[in-house]
Structures are given as C-alpha cells and as structure tokens.
Design a binder for this molecule. Structure first.
Ligand SMILES: [Zn+2]
Length: 340
C-alpha cells in the first residue's frame, strides 16, 4: 500500500484509545527494525526523519527505502513524517519528497535555536497547514519549548529552563483554532536526548496534568509527546559493560506515557532508546570479537536490538494488533476531507 497520511493513523488511535510510536530513522537497518517489529505485532507505523537525517541519508535514499518498506509490507499502513521542520520551505520540500506528514516547529525561529514569538508561530504554521492540506498531508505544530537539543535542533534549555517554557493550555486552544493543525506537540517538561532527568521524574518535573487540561480543551486534536524515550537502565548498562562511559540518566517512564495516552496523546516520539540499543549491540560485538570486520556481523545484531525496543513500545503504547484494522485513506481523499 502507498504511504498513508499520518492523520489516518492518529484518528484511528484516538477512536480506539491507543498511541502510536514515531521512530526516527537515518538508514536502512533502522527502517528494517521498525518494519520487523510492526509485522510481528501487526502495528501501524510512523517513521520520521529530522532535517539532520534527511541530509545525512539524502532524500532520494530515504524515499526509496520507505517505498521499499511499503512495497514489502502491504498489510502495514506506514506514514512518513518530517520531524521538527524549521521553516515552511523545509516542510514543503518534505512533501515534494513524498512525506505524508510534516511537523512545522514554529516554537523556534528558523535557526532552530531561538524561541520564537507566538505570532510568528501561528503565521508560519498556518502557512504550512494551508499548503500541506492542499496535498492531503498531515501537519503537526508545536507550542511551548522542549528542553535539550536533538540533531542540532532545540533551544538547549536545561530542566529548570524548560519548566519555564511549558505549553499554556489556554494558548493551545487559541493556537489550534488559528492554525488548524492536525496534531500538537506539547511541552510538559521533557527534553530531547539521553540526559533528560537526573533522577526518576516526579509530577513536578513531568507535568502530565498539563496534557490532561489541553486534552479537555481540545478533545479532537491529537497530542504529541516529544523527547519520550524511557532510557532504560539495562540499555545504558550494556553500553557501559562493553566499554562505554554513559552517565546515569532517567527518561520518561513508559507508565507515564501510558497516562498521557489516556489523556489524548496519540503520537510518541522515540529516538534515544533505539540509538542506545544499536550502540550497545555494536559495542558488544566489537568487545567480544575483536577480529570481526564484516559490517553485517554487527549491524545485524544492532538491527535485532532496535527491533526489540520498538516491539516493546508498540505493545506498551497499544498500537499492536491494529495495523490491519485501519481504513485505507489516500492523500487525494484527505484533500477532499480538508476542503470539505
Ligand atoms: Zn522533538
């Protein structure tokens, strides 16, 4: 089946009360890991690429890898999403490359670093919504600023600073009315990267209550949690056991994500956990078999390790078992819906 608009997956998730993991990719093995996990669990798929990923892998490679995934897995609906578009031009170039969903992150200026004004955010997001919806493509916006930096994108806020840039529920309501976004990324105290929290997060640093309030005001908008890797200790331990030197760190516990899903979260961005799994698996081969030099002998185990993490998340988020129940809706049909 061709790549599907992300909106279709999120609508189904909302209707049936589950969340969909959105996993970042840069290469073939990561895409294969996600598809292995999806076929094993009958899960719909959101694959996403940041600007950094698009330039690392090249749009043409990425596009053909995604088309291969769709060709080989006709029973699985797959959405391809631009993560953190920094400008209308970035988003529309993604649409031209066949992405079926884009994030316009107008919470930051085009430099991807400086927090932007609310007015700028509304204007640029509205512009992307108009252009993307005209092609049936889904749009995610962001209000408030997350902590940390991901692929060079982010204001670099620390935990305390991030708490000063949380999403305001009243403003979220106005933002969605003014922009007509399909999905909204909210800042509730999470950060990008591996070093999110220095201890197990409590209700004071991870503000799930804000999600509940936004969902109450915007029951028909799909909420998105960024920076939602759980950073499991066992993955850090594997890296360190085989020569790594990662400091102790805490992510967003899966049970908190599940609480978010009960409160309108439909898309959960996970990147770090997969990176940790890949790195641990490669380190293990390098340490245990110093003479190994066939890339398949370490990229293969890395692919397996990432597939295990993705599978765990697909089951925990509730998307497992739904792939074959999702109605097929094309981009053309979405154009009609948006214009109706
Ligand atoms: Zn993000």
């Amino acid at each position: 089946m061709p790549l599907v608009p992300m909106r279709v997956l999120l609508d189904h998730a909302a209707e049936h009360g589950y969340g969909v993991g959105a996993f970042n990719v840069n290469n073939m093995e990561q895409i294969q890991s996600i598809m292995m996990a999806a076929t094993e669990t009958n899960s719909p798929v959101i694959v996403q690429a940041s600007r950094g990923a698009r330039s690392y892998s090249n749009d043409a490679y990425l596009r053909h890898l995604m088309l291969a995934a769709a060709e080989l897995n006709p029973q699985i609906p797959i959405a391809m999403h631009q993560d953190h578009g920094n400008s209308a031009a970035t988003c529309m170039s993604a649409v031209d490359q066949g992405f079926t969903s884009v994030m316009m992150d107008g919470s930051l200026e085009e430099d991807g670093k400086s927090p932007a004004s609310y007015e700028y955010n509304v204007e640029v997001t509205r512009r992307v919504v108009d252009a993307a919806h005209a092609k049936g493509v889904t749009v995610e916006g962001e209000l408030g600023c997350l902590g940390g930096i991901e692929d060079g994108h982010g204001a670099g806020l620390t935990g305390d600073e991030a708490l000063a840039h949380l999403t305001d529920p009243q403003q979220a309501e106005e933002f969605v009315a003014a922009t007509d976004v399909d999905a909204l990324a909210v800042a509730i105290g999470t950060s990008h990267g591996a070093y999110k929290f220095t201890s197990e997060p409590t209700g004071e640093v991870l503000r799930m209550d804000i999600i509940a309030e936004i969902h109450r005001r915007l029951p028909n908008t799909h909420l998105v949690m960024h920076g939602s890797s759980s950073v499991p200790k066992h993955l850090i331990d594997i890296i360190n056991k085989f020569g790594g030197s990662m400091k102790p760190t805490w992510g967003v516990p899966v049970r908190e994500i599940q609480e978010g899903i009960r409160n309108g979260v439909r898309k959960i961005n996970v990147d770090t956990d997969n990176r940790l799994a890949i790195t641990g698996a490669i380190r293990k081969v390098f340490q245990e078999k110093g003479s190994e030099f066939d890339p398949r002998k370490y990229l293969g185990p890395a692919r397996e390790a990432m597939a295990e993490v993705v599978k765990d998340r697909m089951i925990a988020f509730g998307q497992a078992g739904h792939a074959d129940k999702i109605p097929v809706v094309t981009l053309d049909e979405m154009i009609t819906r948006y214009s109706g």
